[in-house]
Design a protein around this ligand. Structure first.
Ligand SMILES: [Zn+2]
Length: 103
């Protein structure tokens, strides 16, 4: 592929990203306005950005304190709940589940 074709593709990608970002901003403004109108007449509307909800990070788990690869969080422990408390994982259990302890 020629350099000019690659440059043209990058330009198209950049333009597309700009159009999508602009459209998202316009729609978000409309949504906020609509939510405000609904709340003004007694509605209970709140806008939540879910784009990062449920994403795992490489921070240590709050239950067992281990950072693993792939990452896990407290939700993983729910399945292994023992006697009403969240169970921590042993090294063997982590290995069986396909996790490698990194911290
Ligand atoms: Zn954990």
């Amino acid at each position: 592929m020629s350099r000019s074709a690659i440059d043209a593709l990058h330009a198209i990608d950049a333009k597309r990203s700009a159009v999508v970002a602009d459209l998202k901003n316009q729609l978000l403004l409309q949504l906020k306005s609509t939510a405000a109108d609904l709340n003004a007449i007694g509605g209970h509307v709140r806008i939540i950005n879910t784009s990062r909800m449920g994403q795992l990070t490489d921070k240590p788990c709050k239950i067992c304190g281990f950072a693993t690869a792939p990452a896990h969080d407290g939700r993983k422990h729910v399945r292994y709940q023992k006697l009403g408390a969240f169970a921590t994982f042993t090294a063997a259990e982590l290995k069986d589940m396909g996790f490698k302890r990194i911290k």
